[in-house]
Design a protein around this ligand. Sequence first.
Ligand code: GNR
Ligand code: NI
Length: 166
Amino acid sequence: MALLKILVFPDPRLRTLAEPIMDFDDSLKKLSEDMLETMYEGSGIGLAATQVNVHKRIIVVDISEEKNSPLILVNPTLKKIINPEKKSYSEGCLSVPGFYEELLRPSSVEINAYDVNGDEVNIVTEGLLSVVIQHEMDHLDGKMMVDFISNIKREMIRKKLLKSKA
Ligand code: GNR
Ligand code: NI
């Protein structure tokens, strides 16, 4: 296992469109394990490969209190909006450290994806899991939570994060 470096906004590499995964091989399993380790180390509940500068379509999520229920989704796609009613959640992002924003998203969605072995999975989600999966899928398309807030707030965050850069 290995800790990966997390890119921080406004790093332009966070805007890369991730490529579909074709090979369900050992390197994919290693990447998913390294991503989980990196997510847990950062006290995150989700992580997209984009955030660790790997531009492939894989996300990891664990919303459990005990941090013992990892979910690995490869090539995830939105299959259906089950409930389009928008719900507000205070979202954080490991690539926007220290900032939280209330965002609106469809409250329930069905996701199609593959596990690390290449077996197809379909998940109907609601609540926090639905929010986090939608947040992670945005990363794979180079989209971030700061894109949903006002220009003035985004600019303030951009300046603060550039200043705090080591
Ligand atoms: O750790 C995280 N918490 C979180 C809280 C509310 C909505 C989304 C998230 S995802 C975030 C980790 C992260 O940056 N994933 O990309
Ligand atoms: Ni994020």
